[in-house]
Structures are given as structure tokens and as C-alpha cells.
Design a protein around this ligand. Sequence first.
Ligand SMILES: [Zn+2]
Ligand SMILES: [Zn+2]
Length: 393
Amino acid sequence: MFGRPVEATVTDPANPYVLGPQLCCAAAELPLTHDDLADFGGEVAEAQVAELVAEGLLRTRPTGWYWAGRGRPDVDIRGSGAAPVSIIEGATGRLLGTVDGDASHATVHTGALYVHRGETYVVDELDVVDACAVVHPESPEWTTVARDTVDLSIVATDRTRRLGTVTAHTGVVDVTNQVVAYQRRRLGTGEVLAEFPLDLPPRQLRTRAVWLTLDERAIARADVDDAALPGSLHAAEHAAIGLLPLLATCDRWDLGGVSTALHPDTGAATIVVYDGHPGGAGFAERGYAVLRDWLQATRATVASCECESGCPSCVQSPKCGNGNDPLDKAGAVRVLDVVLDELAGAPELTAEEAEVTRRPAPRSGLFGTSAPAVTDPAADAGATGSDPDDLVF
Ligand SMILES: [Zn+2]
Ligand SMILES: [Zn+2]
């Protein structure tokens, strides 16, 4: 633990979801010239400008590219649009700080233990409407863990790779997340002391995802029975989320995931990894493009981990909405082996197919999205593992 370096803060300036709004903001200040584009990544920026012109966001003039929209480009630099939540000490009215609005349901819900600069507080009330959480100082013998549900529906499939008994996809998904309860857990042992329901509104996110479906033959080959399947998929999903940042210049907190033995939209065992940013951020598409490297690294990390049945270094997730249950480490390795075996026999992606990360964002994705479709609550019935905490709503 002490030998490891602190994680770097990473971003990909060539990511179209980052670069597009950046170029629009630059053009809104001063018309962009060819010379300017060198500072924005050269060729990548040229291609992005062409897309922005095609989308009507920039206008070409002899003196450069001009912002064509009304007012300023509507870019949310915090990536979400949720207002930050103020943390207020009830007895004194003192403002202790703020937490990201996206994370507030999970971190400062009513009853949550909240740590601020080494001091512990318990939240008396989270007011969602006024975006504030009232707290009092307290150092109980327990901590709290939020529980949430996630419902994911597939809106559109952009790309599909058939790999025998396994299929890889990338496309647009709607994710509905709701923090529904929290547990008090004893410090040190993690023993669950009590669970309390919460009444918080669901939040919705339209984003991009990469997903794998495994048909019955693949499941049989992995020698995973019905009882072990949910835990095997869930463990593979966690490990895959943990490894994608090595290949996609993101942080695991930028990603979310869902795994289920039977997803209503795919009709098969499914593992989904999605971008936790509205409209997507290019991470999941990157995962699709480097699927083999990604899953090989995932498999190697799980298989080589010396723990017996899963630990935070391999298949456990620090933000699992299901409390890391169920998880089947050995099953995850066998599932990944089957997928990798199918990938080994598949032709390499063509350059064009691998270029998914350079495709233009859908217009609605570039500056946030319109309201997603209503999701069918029954669709959640098959979900067995989810990581809604990974979301950055
Ligand atoms: Zn481990
Ligand atoms: Zn999970």
C-alpha cells in the first residue's frame, strides 16, 4: 500500500467529447485559425473542426472559424450539471465545504457518516432541492455505505463484433440510478449493523457503453452454473472497470458497470461498462477498440492476484452498489478465458473499425443530452451486479 504511487489525474485532450467543446469555447473567444489548431492537437483538431462545422456549431470564414451558436457554448466544466451540495454544520451554520452534486446522494445522504478534513460528521438531513446537507460532529463506532439500484437499457448499438459464442458491442445506453438505502457497518470489521431506507429521487444518464454478451454455449464452456454465473460476471465486470483506465486514460470513477445473467435488451448474459459522463467520454469506445488488450490485462490481474476469493486489488470495487456481492473470482477467470479464446480466433479490427473513438459525438452528446427514455422498472429484475456509484451524474 505504501509502496504504490498516488494515482495520476488523467485526461485525454484528443477525446472528441473534450476537444469539441474546447474548440467551441476557443472559437467563441477569438476566431480559430489554422495555426491555432496545432495547439489543440493538430490533425485531430482539424478533423474535429470539420465535424463542428458540419454540425453547424462553427462557421467557416476567410479569417478563421467562428462560433456559430447563440450566446456562449453551454459547456459544464464539472462534466454533469448537478449543482454542488453545501455541507453545513447545523449548530453553527458554518459552511464546511461542498461535495460534487453527482456524488451527493451516495456520500451525504441523511444518516451518512461524512469525513471532512479528518473530522467526522453525521448528516442530519440532505435537502436535495436546496442542495445542502446539514451535519453535526460525531465519531460513532460505525461507518455508512450507500446501497443503490441501477437500471440500464440499450438505446442504440453502433458497432457489433461477433466472436463465435461471444459478441462485443458499443453504443448508447440509458442508465437510471437511485440510492435506495444505506447500511451502518462496524468500523474495522465491516459487519453490517443495520440498514435504513432512503427516499431519494432517481437520476438518469444517457451515455455510451461497451458490452459483451455470452450465449449459452459460452457459459457452458466456462463451466459456470446458474448459481455461479451472476458472481462470475459481476467479478469480471469489476476487474474490467479497474483495468480500463490503463488503456483509456481515465479513472475507474469515470466508469460504471452492470452485469446480469440475463439482460432484457440482449436476451443473454451481459457485462456492460459505460462512461459515467453525459453523452459519453470516449472511454467505453476505447475499450471496444482495444478489447483484447483490455481483457487480457483484466484476466491476468484477476488470475495472478494471490487472494483466495477476491480482494480490492482484483475483483472487489470500492464503489459497488451491491456491496461487492455476489463475486466469484474463479468463475470470472473462466468467463474471461472463453471471451479471450473467441477473440484469439477473430480477425483483428480494421483501422476503420478501431477508430470508434474518433467518430463524431451525436449532436445531443456534445453538450449534454435531452431527457432519456423512461426505463422499465421490470428490466431491473435480472440485474445482479451494478456499480452505480461509479457514475458521475
Ligand atoms: Zn485479489
Ligand atoms: Zn459491483
